[in-house]
Design a protein around this ligand. Sequence first.
Ligand code: NAD
Length: 485
Amino acid sequence: MKYSPTLNFINGKFIASASNRNMEIISPIDGNVLSVVSLSTAEDLDNAVQAAKAAFRAWSSTPIKERVQVFYRYKTLLRKERKELATLCSEENGKTFTESLAEIDKCIELTEFACSLPQLVTGEFLEVSKGIECRTEHVPLGVVASIVPFNFPAMVPNWTIPNAIALGNCMIIKPSEKVPMSCGRMAVLLKEAGLPDGVFNIINGDVEIVEAICDHPGIEAVSFVGSTKVAKAVYKRATGNYKRCLALGGAKNHLMVLPDAKPEMTAQNVAASMSGCAGQRCMAASAMLAVGDVDHIIEKICDEARKIIPGENLGAVISKEAKERIEKYITEAEQQGAKILVDGRTTIVKGKENGYYVGPTVIDFVKPDMAVAKEEIFGPVISIMRTKNIDEALAIENSSTYGNAASVFTQNGGAARYIIEKASAGMIGVNVGVPVPREPFSFGGWNESKFGVGDITGKSSIEFWTKLKKSTVKWNPEAGINWMS
Ligand code: NAD
């Protein structure tokens, strides 16, 4: 085991759980055991909630301009430890080092946004009648929770940590039990940046701790990022307990390729989108709607896919089960009549024979009712569906239960505008394979890719992590002025 056991972080200290349930953290790169993590109990969670509650009074009454100073320092530490953090991220998640570096850079951008919050949360003020003033201010909620998935061990935690905490909340985060080590490193950096004990806490665990978070009366709000099945369960349980909840789910993102699209650029973008982070991105292109004759572009996509080498510029998928699930999808599509143009099954990387690698896979002539067309595969696979025109392509995109992202590749502004208007997804790209809105714009999908109001990052997150206080003040009551005056 390369690392010591991964512990909870409560009230500024790493603490072992009371649980006797443990899980090995296995590196997808080579199948080696990296560490072991305890699957915490409701009692561990309660200890964290009590620590966070105790810290809340002082933290929430610290002026926001002072609170964000922690994040200026945290940002500097992220930059200083960029390579070490990226190494850890790759080890536990399996993505390439380059991808992990980009992930840490995104953490830095998210933190920069949090540092700008004092400029964005100024309330409103108006003299509503003579001598009577109304004002609004954003106040923190209290103890909040963030439950995160395996695919971005550093970035997704940082979707919520800087904003929620800078806005005055105290947080309990529940990392994915598959990749909990990066979060532990964040705790060290936050402490070094001067964050008071108890403001940020980590409780490791699985379903048991997620349910305990949804049920705990001391937690005011729950943010969740993960699969749709679990997002639904968490949203239902947390709101059933009268908590505020924002739950981001899975995705099936459609790329529409029109005949006038620039072939090289389109092929590079499609291949990068379907294979980046081994296809384990909620923004990955997973279905391609080929509109009309785009054979020349499909050929180039295959050329680009063949340049992607597992173990070099393509990372591993998270587990043996994930590899088997992805390969089963490909085999089923083939059995149902689809054509495998580039086949990533049975990929073995020399020197990493025990790693969980799937090569880039391009499947053509997929029918809209096949599983590879409708379901989230979460691997480096693209399913191409042939359509006669834009409306046929849009009908397929619109029929998806998901709605995270959609993109179009074209040089025709009118067609692009039409697709922006008609696609049923929260994030749209034009000639962009992974249309993640950059800060200060917010991140969030539609339909079964998100449950709850607002988005998880950017300006929209302010509404989620705060409540509005409205005060009405009469400064000169002796004047006898009533509110109508
Ligand atoms: P997951 O739903 O399996 O797990 C997410 C979190 O929920 C983890 O912390 C896990 O411990 C917990 N969990 C798992 N099963 C649970 C259960 N039955 N009850 C309660 N909690 C449970 O997701 P994952 O496999 O870690 O991540 C991949 C998924 O996340 C994909 O579907 C991907 O699209 C999605 N994702 C979505 C976004 C987005 O912004 N919409 C971003 C990243 C990932």
